[in-house]
Design a protein around this ligand. Structure first.
Ligand SMILES: [Zn+2]
Length: 139
């Protein structure tokens, strides 16, 4: 049941039947049918029912384990821990590249390795309300 399904096997411009999706993803047809009740959108106006590739991919990505989920706005992916981490002491530094984009740099709360990620200035300003962030201007 805990079998990992790789969204990379899905071709987004293809349409799948339950059978072809099951074959492409190496799962049972019952598994694919079961995904429908878990939120997978199926085109059921005709037979056979079809699943659009991009919808299948979205669905699989949405159910991948938490360790590989999208990072939250205040999380960094630590290369040492190989996991999403919050910044040490809730501090991060925003290093602007230009008027709209920059890099957030922080230390991992677990191992204190330096982590960074690209952010838009807008999302950084959203973060600034909840955390202390030192801003350094480029010169
Ligand atoms: Zn770490």
């Amino acid at each position: 049941m805990a079998k990992r399904v790789s969204a990379r096997k899905v071709k987004i411009h293809r349409q799948y039947t339950y059978e072809s999706a099951a074959e492409a993803l190496e799962v049972s047809i019952q598994t694919v049918r079961g995904w429908r009740s878990q939120g997978l959108a199926v085109l059921d106006g005709q037979k056979p029912h079809l699943i659009l590739g991009h919808e299948l991919k979205r669905f699989i990505e949405s159910r991948t384990p938490k360790t590989s989920r999208k990072l939250g706005p205040d999380e960094f992916f630590c290369m040492s821990c190989r996991a999403p981490r919050k910044p040490y002491d809730r501090m991060a530094e925003y290093v602007p590249f230009n008027a709209t984009r920059g890099r957030l740099v922080a230390l991992c709360e677990s191992c204190e390795t330096s982590c960074s990620k690209f952010v838009s200035r807008k999302s950084f300003e959203g973060l600034a309300r909840i955390r202390t962030i030192a801003t350094r201007e480029t010169c």
